[in-house]
Design a protein around this ligand. Structure first.
Ligand code: SF4
Length: 215
């Protein structure tokens, strides 16, 4: 398949998936970019559902970067305990908030370059913030679902998230990058699950090289 045909095929498959999941969006509850940053940090090794149970009280007690920068770590640890790795996550929340207060006057920066200077913010988290909070398609969020589905759909054969992202950025037009991640994540959670994809219910089964007959 030529690169052009491959791009067209991928775009059509993505369109079908986007039609199947018209409401695909970020599942982490948030009201602004800083809250989304906190929720994304808490979502490491934790379900979005669990994070959403913790964040309302967290944001009521510490409503912005200024408040979190001054927070008592022991108190924050208690507030985020049920999300797992709570000591590391507490350190990340406070350090990230201090960086925002000290270097960006309390406002979450809006570029990949600046976002990734914040402690505990790597490219994946920055992509979440840019796409969902600021509506910018600067890259593709590659989490476990996006990586797995991209391989199953034949869009990449890479396992390193940075290389998967590079392949997706070459294959899919930039205007779809944010929607691409939201759509694949939802498809991965509902049908194309890691252990047992339910191919019989999949809207793109006949276009998927990994389709399991009668799956
Ligand atoms: S056909 Fe199966 S493996 Fe392919 S995307 Fe659909 S559920 Fe996943």
């Amino acid at each position: 398949m030529s690169a052009q045909v491959q791009r067209r095929h991928a775009a059509q498959t993505l369109r079908m998936l986007m039609d199947a999941y018209p409401g695909a969006d970020c599942a982490l509850a948030h009201r602004n970019a800083w809250e989304l940053l906190c929720a994304t940090i808490l979502s490491a090794q934790c379900t979005d559902k669990r994070v959403n149970m913790v964040t309302p009280a967290l944001f009521e007690r510490w409503p912005n970067a200024e408040a979190m920068a001054e927070a008592d770590p022991a108190e924050v640890e208690q507030a985020v305990q049920t999300t797992g790795f709570f000591r590391e996550k507490t350190k990340s929340l406070i350090a990230m908030s201090r960086d925002i207060v000290e270097r960006y006057e309390g406002r979450v920066p809006e570029t990949m370059k600046d976002l990734t200077t914040l402690r505990s913010v790597a490219r994946k988290t920055a992509n979440v913030i840019l796409g969902t909070a600021f509506g910018r398609n600067d890259g593709v969020v590659v989490d476990t679902h996006v990586g797995r589905l991209s391989r199953r759909l034949g869009w990449t054969d890479q396992t390193d998230p940075v290389k998967v992202e590079r392949d997706l950025m070459e294959l899919i037009p930039s205007k779809h990058w944010t929607a691409l991640a939201h759509t694949l994540i939802l498809h991965g959670r509902t049908i194309c699950e890691a252990r047992k994809p339910r191919c019989a219910e999949c809207p793109v089964a006949r276009r998927c090289p990994s389709m399991i007959p009668n799956g």
